[in-house]
Design a protein around this ligand. Structure first.
Ligand code: SF4
Length: 219
C-alpha cells in the first residue's frame, strides 16, 4: 500500500554510508521514526561489504543514534536470483532491487514496522524509476506503506559532506559486474576528456597560425 499519510515506524533500506547521509537527515527533520536496514547481498567482495557497513555505522547510525538492523550477508542468494541476468544491466538491477526490497519488506512486517523506504534513490547512477516501482511492489506484497523519494537533487551535497568527513566512498555500485562496468565508464570518460583536450589544443594552434599568417601579410 503506497500512501502519503505519515508512517508510524519505517524501515529504511540503507545501501551505504555516503548515500544514507542526506535521506536520514531529511527523514529525521520530517519527524519520521525510522530504523536503518543494511541488507545488501549484492556487494562483492565480502571485505567491501564489511567496509560499507562499518562506514554506515561510524558516520551515520552511531553519531545520529539511529537503530540499525544488520541483516545476514547472503551472496549465494544474490547469485541465484540476480546474477542470472549477467550483463543485461537493466534486468539485473531490477532483480537486485526486488531481492533487497522483498527482504526489507519481510523484515518490516515481522518487526512491526508499517512502512519501508530506501536510500538508493540519491544516486544518479541508479535506475530511479525502477527502484520506486520495486519498492512500491514490495510494500504492497506485505501490506506496508511506501515512503518513496527521489533524492537525486541532494547527491552533490551528500558527495561534498562525505568527502569533508573523510568517509570511504566506493567507486562502483556493488556487484561483481558493476566493478567492470564502472571501470569501463571511467575509461570512456577519460578517453573523451583526452579527445576534447586534443581538439582544444588543435584549435589553439590553428588560431595562432592564423595570427602569424595575417601578421606576415601586413608586412
Ligand atoms: S549494478 Fe548495483 S543495482 Fe545493479 S545489480 Fe549490480 S549491485 Fe545491483
Amino acid at each position: 500500500m503506497s500512501s502519503d499519510s505519515a508512517p508510524k515506524r519505517m524501515l529504511l533500506h540503507a545501501c551505504c554510508g555516503p548515500c544514507s547521509l542526506e535521506p536520514t537527515r531529511m527523514f529525521a527533520e520530517e519527524g519520521i521514526d525510522f530504523t536503518l536496514d543494511y541488507y545488501n547481498p549484492n556487494i562483492y567482495p565480502p571485505q567491501e561489504y564489511e567496509h560499507r557497513l562499518s562506514t554506515l555505522k561510524e558516520y551515520v547510525a552511531e553519531p545520529r543514534s539511529i537503530d540499525l538492523v544488520e541483516d545476514a550477508y547472503d551472496p549465494d542468494n544474490w547469485e541465484h536470483e540476480v546474477a542470472i541476468f549477467g550483463t543485461d544491466r537493466e534486468k539485473r538491477c531490477r532483480a537486485c532491487y526486488r531481492l533487497r526490497f522483498e527482504h526489507v519488506a519481510c523484515e518490516a512486517e515481522r518487526r512491526g514496522f508499517d512502512a519501508i523506504s530506501t536510500t538508493l534513490t540519491i544516486s544518479p547512477y541508479q535506475f530511479t524509476d525502477i527502484i520506486l516501482e520495486e519498492l512500491d511492489a514490495a510494500a504492497r506484497r506485505h501490506d506496508l506503506q511506501t515512503v518513496g523519494r527521489d533524492f537525486r537533487e541532494h547527491y552533490a551535497q551528500a558527495t561534498r559532506i562525505s568527502r569533508e568527513k573523510g568517509m570511504y566512498r566506493q567507486n562502483y555500485c556493488g556487484c561483481r559486474f558493476s566493478i567492470a562496468e564502472a571501470k569501463a565508464e571511467r575509461e570512456a570518460a577519460r578517453a573523451q576528456r583526452e579527445r576534447e583536450k586534443r581538439i582544444k589544443h588543435a584549435a589553439i594552434l590553428v588560431t595562432a597560425a592564423e595570427g602569424i599568417f595575417s601578421q606576415q601579410n601586413q608586412l
